[in-house]
Design a protein around this ligand. Structure first.
Ligand SMILES: [Zn+2]
Length: 319
């Protein structure tokens, strides 16, 4: 008998990573979520847990060792830089940089997803949401990019397969940007089915040609509205998921396809996120004993982010 509870995994370290003033992927995103859960009382219905640090061995299930050594090396470099009175950041690309706390935050973010897998597999929780940053779905096997360093969902999916002996897991990605990192890591792994919907022609400009038969990518043009997205999900995702019968479902939960979010031009709203989550929860209940581990990805309009995460959690927790 599985407990009918929804977990909420987070850690204060996830606020300490930041990429400079005015960067949209900012610590205040987590505050916006916390505030909304407090004001609405939704937080009271969740089982709150502190995220542990992921071990290197577990992160290496999805990343190569050199990539991780480079990230850890940059942390030392930044600390030396700061001591010498230099800049507090190391830049990976135009939008992505590390500060002295990034590696620790990334270990917490992946650790949240891993701990959520353990708790859901143990039957302590039916499902769980990880309110973490940095996000992960652009992080490739050997490359940080697009605000992402460690691919939390890919690490946790591999962890469920390797450490818990599952044979089939599904990854759902509804962030406005294509989850190229998750695809890079999990393409052609027959134990994984990934379904994604994202805006065409937007960063990282990939996904139109799936990299493996286990990738169901649905690119949509700018200004596509929620009802059309729901129809596409019904046609393109649901039959694949039903046929695959996943034993656990992971969600790359980005909320930047919201119509108030300026980083994309899609027209989703809170009701659409509730609908998608409910549809995924139904599939998880039918095939996977309800097991879902959802991880925060994008979502940059703070008000819309708070309301959308609330809608997502209400659907996960049946509130
Ligand atoms: Zn995004």
């Amino acid at each position: 008998m599985t407990a009918n509870k929804t977990g909420y995994f987070t850690h204060p370290d996830c606020r300490r990573h930041e990429m400079g003033a005015g960067h949209p992927e900012c610590p205040e995103r987590l505050d916006a979520i916390e505030d909304r859960l407090l004001v609405t009382g939704v937080g009271d219905a969740l089982e709150r847990r502190e995220a542990p640090l992921a071990s290197l061995a577990d992160i290496e299930l999805a990343h190569d060792r050199l990539h991780l050594a480079a990230l850890r090396g940059l942390e030392l470099e930044i600390n030396e830089q700061i001591e010498a009175g230099g800049p507090a950041y190391a830049h990976i690309d135009a939008d992505t940089s590390l500060n002295a706390h990034t590696w620790q935050a990334a270990q917490r973010a992946a650790g949240a997803a891993i701990a959520a897998v353990d708790a859901v597999m143990a039957g302590e929780l039916e499902n769980a949401f990880c309110a973490v940053r940095p996000p992960g779905h652009h992080a490739c096997r050997s490359q940080a990019m697009g605000f992402c360093f460690v691919n939390n969902v890919a690490v946790a999916a591999r962890y469920a397969l390797e450490r818990h002996g599952l044979q089939r897991v599904a990854v759902i990605d509804f962030d406005v940007h294509h989850g190229n990192g998750t695809e890079d890591i999990l393409a052609n792994d027959p134990r994984v089915l990934m379904v994604g919907i994202f805006q065409q022609g937007l960063y990282p400009f990939s996904g139109e040609q799936p990299k493996g038969p286990n990738m169901a990518n649905v690119p949509v043009p700018a200004y596509t509205r929620g009802m059309e997205v729901r129809e596409l999900i019904e046609m393109e995702w649901i039959p694949r998921l039903e046929a695959f019968k996943p034993q656990m479902v992971f969600i790359s939960a980005g909320f930047d396809a919201h119509r108030e979010d300026d980083l994309g031009q899609l027209g989703l709203n809170e009701q659409d996120y509730a609908w998608i989550t409910t549809r995924v929860r139904d599939i998880a209940r039918r095939h996977a004993q309800g097991r879902i581990v959802s991880c925060l990805e994008g979502g940059y309009h703070l008000g819309a982010l708070g309301r959308s995460v609330e809608a997502h959690l209400r659907a996960l927790a049946d509130l």
